[in-house]
Design a protein around this ligand. Structure first.
Ligand code: ADP
Ligand code: ZN
Length: 520
């Protein structure tokens, strides 16, 4: 049999061509090199290791934290004639024995293993006796403490490099955050290896972000008018809200199911299966739901509460439209959400640095909600992709928001950032603009600046919104050191020269009071 990658793609998986970087990734692994793959959800990460596992001699070991999905993944592969198996805590002793023997006999092409199982001595010794084609570390962002899926077992995966130096490793993730990426490369020993980073645009997703007014009414109208009878996910921040919302949707005649980590395992399993197998199920869930779910025809993702970062928003909305068909991501946000999220962050265990980082990520998310320009451009800019044209396919492109001419205010803010040396966070800049009487300002001599007290016409919260919008617009950037310092970007020049005006959202100018953040 011809076992070139393209022939495996066509004859085993039944596809005509590789997508995006798949071919290059596969060639890299087949030649025995390590690599990192960063691809949006639905981009086709699985084939990147499945095909090399079939092309290379020996078994491909797939490390995945998603125990609940292993059985499904293995079944799907077996249907294609691929010899697949898995080892995790759901198996009985006999099943484990049978799988281990099959591995040693060279009768398995792909073996899925949970990280805690892999790290057991018994498993490592077993693998040392087997012939291995590669290690695939799926959901590799779990190695990073910056992400929200941190798993301590992932930190110990550097053992693979030490114990199996000759076996190529591939790490895969859909998390684009620069800091997480560097973490993965360092912790998994991939700094010298090629990284394949795909474009993050999901052109078939229509982005809509609206202020939360009457959320149930807004949700109902959305489901009835835009996605009747279709499958989708509705995310809520709390378990209680998940249950209340699911119950209410059922009363309204929808086929809705709740999902959160507090439900018994069998109920969760059952609801997940129904979502995957039945048509038109609406899953009302906390963020516990979704990682690794491969359902191509999810037509919408609704957020009834603000996600805590743009990464989370991108990853969650990315579960819509994996089949490439038109889909909608709708987010309703309110300042109550910000209060709740800030409280949750303040109570979390992390270091000050970590909390500051989380705070900045939340601010960036709010900035995305508040901008008046194309959402997609802003979203992709956050991930380092510059798109010169507005997309024409998001709410701000389709129904321009009411704006006010904020050019004067923006110039004041930008010059204040400049005059204070481009290293202070929003709170300090606002204190200078509003002429606050504080020891810190005097210590830096900022009470003597020409920009001191020039911005009393806006409240601190209004200035906060202005600064967030400027970050989202790309006129300001947050320094990557992690202290929240604001800096000017190249894009500021025409505004400072007076050649360009800046419009900001009207509905936020005289906004409800948002709480003062701890930092940033
Ligand atoms: P990811 O893990 O990146 O979220 P998957 O590997 O689950 O994505 O792939 C998403 C979908 O795209 C799957 O249904 C998969 O079968 C399909 N797919 C992947 N690669 C190709 C390809 N080269 N041609 C056609 N379909 C593909
Ligand atoms: Zn747009």
């Amino acid at each position: 049999m011809d076992t070139s990658p393209i022939s495996v793609l066509q004859h085993v998986f039944g596809y005509d061509d590789f997508r995006g970087p798949q071919k290059d990734v596969i060639d890299t692994l087949v030649s025995g090199q390590d690599c990192l793959v960063l691809m949006p959800t639905g981009g086709g990460k699985s084939l990147c290791y499945q095909i090399p596992a079939l092309v290379r001699e020996g078994t491909g070991i797939v490390i995945s934290p998603l125990i609940a999905l292993m059985q499904d993944q293995v079944n799907a592969l077996r249907e294609l004639g691929v010899r697949a198996g898995f080892l995790n805590s759901t198996l009985g002793f006999d099943q484990v024995r049978a799988t281990e023997q099959a591995l040693l006999a060279g009768e398995i092409d792909l073996l899925y293993i949970a990280p805690e199982r892999l790290l057991q001595d018994r498993t490592l010794e077993l693998l040392a006796q087997a012939r291995l084609a590669l290690f695939a570390i799926d959901e590799a962002h779990c190695v990073s403490q910056w992400g929200h899926d941190f798993r301590s077992d992932y930190l110990k995966l550097d053992i693979l490099e030490q114990r199996f130096p000759a076996v190529p490793r591939i790490a895969l993730t859909a998390t684009a955050d620069q800091r997480t990426r560097v973490d993965i490369q360092q912790r998994l020993g991939l700094t010298q290896s090629p990284a394949f980073i795909s474009g993050f645009d999901r052109p078939n997703i229509l982005y809509k972000i609206h202020p939360k007014q009457q959320p149930r009414k807004q949700l109902l109208a959305f489901l009835r008018e835009e996605h009747p009878g279709q499958a989708g996910i509705v995310y809520c921040l709390s378990r209680k809200k998940v249950e209340q919302t699911a119950e209410w949707l059922v009363q309204q005649g929808f086929n809705a199911l709740p999902y959160h980590a507090g439900l018994p395992a069998d109920v969760r399993q059952n609801h997940q299966q129904r979502f995957l197998r039945e048509d038109g199920v609406i899953m009302v869930a906390t963020i516990a739901f979704g990682m690794g779910i491969d359902k191509p025809d999810v037509r919408f993702v609704v957020h009834l509460d603000l996600p805590k970062s743009i990464e989370a928003y991108y990853q969650e909305t990315g579960r819509a439209g994996r089949d490439g068909e038109p889909s909608t991501a709708m987010l309703l946000y309110g300042f109550e959400d910000v209060v709740k999220l800030r409280q949750m962050m303040a109570q979390s265990q992390g270091s000050d640095e970590h909390q500051r980082y989380e705070q900045q990520r939340l601010n960036a998310m709010l900035g995305l909600c508040e901008i008046t320009t194309c959402r997609r451009q802003a979203l992709l800019r956050y991930f380092g992709e510059e798109h010169t044209e507005p997309c024409g396919h998001c709410d701000t492109c389709l129904e321009p928001v009411e704006t006010w001419d904020a050019t004067e205010a923006v110039r004041k803010a930008l010059s204040c950032v400049y005059r204070t040396g481009q290293r202070f966070g929003a709170n300090h800049i606002i204190d200078v603009l509003r002429g606050s009487d504080s020891e810190k300002l005097r210590r830096f001599g900022h009470d003597r600046l020409s920009t001191y007290g020039i911005g009393t016409e806006l409240s601190a919260n209004e200035w906060r919104s202005v600064l967030r919008q400027l970050v989202a617009n790309g006129l300001l950037e947050v320094d990557p050191e992690g202290f929240g310092g604001l800096r000017l970007t190249e894009a500021c020049r025409p505004v400072l020269r007076g050649d360009q005006t800046v419009a900001l959202r009207k509905d936020l100018a005289k906004s409800r009071s948002a709480p003062k953040p701890k930092t940033g």
